[in-house]
Design a protein around this ligand. Structure first.
Ligand SMILES: Cc1ncc(COP(=O)(O)O)c(C=O)c1O
Length: 383
């Protein structure tokens, strides 16, 4: 069988190994070291944020972000529903409760009007949430301005989960740099990876300093080991920061490669009835981290699961769009605000292999499998 085509595999450039070797040569393995500070400074420059702290994962960054804005047990936190569970898990780590908000169709991200309505209602009853967590999904920014305006009106901190949107823009700026705190992920499937890692950014230096403090077991500045708060072991290692520095140098290329995948898929599949591509909202530029489709089974002839299985048979990995968090068994007792937009995107949505190292042959094969499936279904219908 042909080699497996993965959904979004790592793609190293030419500098990463050299930088890792440098960490070995200088024995900065303990795990602190100079790559960490350099990675933070270079990352801050790339996204245009004054301050950044490198941590062990995007989830760790979110956990600290929520704590830094004062979320504690019993609080409610409003959160995008259409996302990976890592967005909401840290809310529960703090004993707080997520309240999920539906998507809009323009960007597939949090619907700004729904957020506005719910905060108007909650302000009337004195029941405002402690924070809002806004996700930028699949490489595309949410419509940040109206969301930020609503949050500011009620003095609610906005945390941006830009784990999937490094390299994207919103009105020319990087999503993740608008709210009080933004987070990114360098998990193995992300547009750049350190094999595992994350970044927390903020314009407020005191928040980023505090994140570094919490991430190193909240160790007080004393010659002995002294602790006045509970912290975490959440720092990124010097070795992995070396990989991150190398990956950062190729971020622009990775964005263009992923956008190219999208264009090729659109050219090869866009004519098929019932297939719609994730739209690119007019307010920003998506990285097309993943190429996502929505399939209307009536018009296409079969549902997204049949397409996914046809690809799987050829050793090609495709995945359904995230199952909304308000539909997850673990969050069945949580509140949800909205209708069926996210649910519909999940039921019809499919993510195609989107790696920046995908070859033209890979893309053609994927396009062919889907075209052939459509042809077969139509022939069966006619017979
Ligand atoms: C939207 C979103 N948020 C958070 C995370 C968590 O990042 P990490 O895997 O680095 O903990 C991910 C990905 O893994 C993600 O896709």
């Amino acid at each position: 069988m042909a080699d497996r085509i993965f959904l979004s595999p790592p793609h190293m450039g030419t500098r990463e190994l050299e930088l890792v070797k440098e960490a070995f040569k200088t024995n900065w393995l303990a795990p602190a070291g100079p790559h960490i500070e350099a990675f933070e400074a270079e990352f801050a420059q790339v996204v245009g944020s004054p301050h950044a702290a490198a941590v062990s994962s995007g989830t760790a960054a979110l956990h600290m972000a929520l704590r830094l804005v004062g979320v504690t047990a019993g609080d409610e936190v409003l959160c995008s529903t259409l996302t990976f569970i890592a967005t909401a898990n840290p809310i529960t780590y703090l004993g707080a409760r997520p309240v999920f908000i539906d998507s809009d169709r323009t960007s597939w991200n949090m619907d700004p009007e729904l957020l506005r309505q719910v905060l108007i209602q909650r302000a009337k009853t004195g029941n405002l949430p402690k924070a809002v967590v806004l996700v930028h999904l699949y490489g595309q920014s949410a419509d940040i301005d109206p969301i930020l305006e609503t949050c500011d009106r009620y003095d609610i901190p906005l945390i941006e989960d830009a784990a999937e949107a490094l390299g994207a823009t919103y009105k020319g700026r990087a999503p993740g740099t608008f709210g009080k705190i933004g987070i990114y992920s360098f998990n193995g499937n992300k547009i750049i990876t350190t094999s595992g890692g994350g970044m927390l950014v903020s314009a407020d230096q005191s928040l980023v300093d505090k994140a570094r403090f919490l991430a190193t077991q909240a160790r007080d500045p004393a010659p002995h080991y002294q602790h006045s708060e509970i912290g975490y072991n959440y720092r990124l290692s010097n070795v992995l920061a070396g990989i991150g520095r190398g990956q950062l140098q190729v971020l622009g290329d990775r964005v263009e490669a992923r956008r190219h995948n999208f264009e090729m898929y659109q050219a090869g599949l866009g004519h098929l009835p019932g297939i719609e591509f994730m739209p690119e909202a007019p307010f920003g530029r998506s990285t097309r981290w993943l190429t996502c489709l929505s399939i209307d089974p009536e018009r296409f002839g079969c549902n997204r699961e049949t397409i996914r299985q046809a690809l799987a048979k050829e050793n090609i990995e495709a995945r359904p769009v995230w199952k909304p968090l308000h539909l997850q068994p673990v969050f069945s007792d949580c509140k949800f605000i909205g209708g069926t937009v996210a649910q519909d995107l999940f039921e019809r949505g499919l993510c195609l292999p989107s790696g920046s190292n995908l070859t033209q042959d890979d893309r053609l094969q994927i396009i062919q499998v889907i075209n052939r499936l459509h042809e077969q279904i139509n022939l069966t219908d006619l017979s």
